[in-house]
Design a protein around this ligand. Sequence first.
Ligand SMILES: Cc1cc2nc3c(=O)[nH]c(=O)nc-3n(C[C@H](O)[C@H](O)[C@H](O)COP(=O)(O)O)c2cc1C
Length: 266
Amino acid sequence: MILYFSGTGNSLAVARQLAEQLNERLMPLIEATGMDLTDEQRIGLVFPTYDFNLPPALPELISKLNISPRSYVFTVVTCGSMAGNCIWVLRRILREKGIGLAYSHKVSVPDNSALAFGRNPNNQLKKFERVPARMNEIIRELQAESHTLHYSWFSLLSWLLGRPAIEKGMIHCLGPKVNPDKCIGCNTCVRVCPMENISLVESRKTKDRPSDSKSAPLAQTGDNCTVCLACVHACPQQAFITNGHQTLKERQYRNPDIKLKDLIKR
Ligand SMILES: Cc1cc2nc3c(=O)[nH]c(=O)nc-3n(C[C@H](O)[C@H](O)[C@H](O)COP(=O)(O)O)c2cc1C
C-alpha cells in the first residue's frame, strides 16, 4: 500500500509510479487514517517537505495509522532540493508507535512554494531530468527490500525551523488568503484542498466585495491549513494571496503528469 499526501501533484506522481512498479494499491494518507492496515506487508509513505520538515498536519495523521510492526515501512519524500529533517522526524514518529522505518529516499522536483516568494516554480522543470534515474534507483532498492535510510540525518537548523512557534509563523505567512474581488465561488479550491479546509460562504457584497454589484458565494479558509498551496495553484481566477503575493497565472504549478481531477479524486 502506498499512502500519499500531495498539494500540487509532485508527491502523487512519485507515489503513483511506486504503486505501479511495486504492484501496490495507492491511497491518500488522510483516507487511510481510520483503516486497519495491519495486513499490509509493505507500506510506503510519500509526501512533500515543508520548511525542512513534514507538512504540519502529517505527524498527527501518521501517528494515527494502524500499521503492523512486521510491515516493511518505507518513505520517499519530495522536495525542491533539501529534505532537511523530514526523514529523521518520520522515523521518530514511527518509532514511538513501535514501527521501524526500513527505507527512505528523496526526489528533487520543482519547488511549489516558489510563487510565495515571487518566483516561478515552472522555471524549475529541468529538475525532472534527474527524476527517472532516482526513481529507478528507489524502485530497484525497494524491490530488493533494502534496509537503507538515505537522507535520514538530523540537522539542528531544520529542527529549529520545525519548532511550533516557527511552524505557526510559516502557516501565518504562507497560509493562503482569498481575494474577495477575484473569487467567483467556483468551488475548485474547496474540492482540491486535501485538508477539507475551504468552504463557500455567502458573501456580503458591501463588506467582502466592494466592487461587486451582486452577492455570490465566496471561498473562505478555515483553521486547518497545512500550507500545501493546492488552492493557490489550482484557482482558475488566481484569487489567492500567499505571503503577500497575488498569484500570477504563469506561476501556478501542477506536476506535468498529474491532472486536476487526480488531485480532486480523493
Ligand atoms: C510551505 C512549503 C514549504 C516548503 N519547504 C521546502 C523545503 O524546506 N525544502 C525543499 O526542498 N522544498 C520545500 N518545498 C517544496 C516542496 O517540498 C516540493 O515542491 C514538493 O514536491 C511539493 O509536493 P506536492 O506537489 O506533492 O505538493 C516547500 C513547499 C511548500 C508549499
